[in-house]
Design a protein around this ligand. Structure first.
Ligand code: CP
Ligand code: NVA
Length: 310
């Protein structure tokens, strides 16, 4: 059966660990893997912008001996000129892997339903699994472990990255406090809360939605935030959102409440003065560029896994 990566919980904890360990091996010795996907092709479909995801997938595929095709949705609107069934079936005849960054989760699910090759979600409105593999690889490097950790997330929690962070924290039995404004527009959807609480029952994880940023930061090993202006949010909303999220901005005061050796993470793109202050993202606890780099190594391991080469 073809495996897909639509959200991080499509993988088991053991599979995540296997992919992360392979990524560490690839990072140490990239030349050893330079023909592992020789002659293979990755199609990358983009409906939203990207810096990290596009470049790291393209460079990663090349470093594994394969080739990546960048395909903007502008060239053939997904599901409009041609339905997703026909797009998925046709592309499956040409390439070995299809990665997609789209607005709607249903489009990823439809691609996965109809494609005959693995589908990789490069970000929709429900998940960002490639980010999680890179992030947990980074946490492992910085903290030396992936168990017994307290993570705190700040800001927009009606959010793809937050959803997968909640899922992976639950899978690894961690404590995660999500600090966000009240209201359906800023808090996780019920479908995500239900999935996370189901996983947590099995793993003993504690994932809580709270509204006090200082409470969330207490005792944390990892302080994590994401954009207040995710791709697709109308610019007219910016001023209103800035006011609503400001109590959840990661400042030096927040960092002081966390453990002294806490790391600061942001999947990027970031805006100084918005989800974090400049002192924090440019300060000594920030590891955001190591985090960004690890997208490359993580995704190389994901592609090998999905091609049955791990
Ligand atoms: N973190 C992330 O996915 O960045 P891009 O939007 O630049 O790809
Ligand atoms: N939540 C952000 C993540 C960017 C990688 C967005 O959707 O734009």
């Amino acid at each position: 059966m073809v495996r897909h990566l639509t959200k991080i919980s499509d993988l088991s904890k053991a599979e995540c660990e296997k992919i992360i360990n392979k990524a560490i091996e690839i990072k140490k010795n990239p030349d050893k893997f330079d023909t592992t996907l020789k002659g293979e092709t990755l199609l990358m479909i983009f409906e939203k912008p990207s810096l990290r995801t596009r470049i790291s997938f393209e460079a990663g595929m090349q470093q594994l001996g394969g080739h990546a095709i960048f395909y903007s949705i502008k060239d053939s609107p997904l599901g409009k000129k041609e339905n997703i069934h026909d797009t998925a079936k046709t592309a499956s005849r040409f390439v070995n892997l299809i990665a997609a960054r789209v607005f709607k989760r249903q489009d990823i699910w439809d691609l996965a339903k109809y494609a005959d090759v693995p589908i990789i979600n490069m970000l929709d409105d429900f998940a960002h699994p490639c980010q999680m593999i890179g992030d947990f690889l980074t946490i492992k490097e910085k903290k030396g472990r992936l168990g017994d950790l307290k993570i705190a997330y700040f800001g927009d929690a009606y959010n793809n990255v937050t959803y997968d962070l909640m899922r992976i924290a639950a899978m690894f039995g961690l404590k995660l406090d999500v600090a966000c404004p009240k209201g359906a527009e800023y808090t996780p959807e019920k479908i995500v809360l239900d999935e996370v609480s189901q996983i947590s029952k099995e793993t003993g994880a504690e994932v809580n939605i709270i509204h006090n940023a200082f409470e969330a930061a207490k005792n944390s090993d990892v302080i994590y935030t994401d954009s207040w202006m995710s791709y697709g949010i109308l610019v007219e909303k910016e001023e209103e959102r800035k006011k609503i999220f400001m109590p959840y901005q990661v400042s030096l005061k927040i960092m002081k409440v966390a453990k002294p050796n806490a790391i600061f993470m942001n999947c990027l793109p970031a805006m100084r003065g918005y989800e974090q202050t400049a002192e924090v993202i440019d300060g000594s606890q920030s590891i955001v560029f190591d985090q960004a780099e690890n997208r490359l190594h993580g995704q190389k391991a994901i592609m090998l896994f999905l091609r049955g080469k791990l």
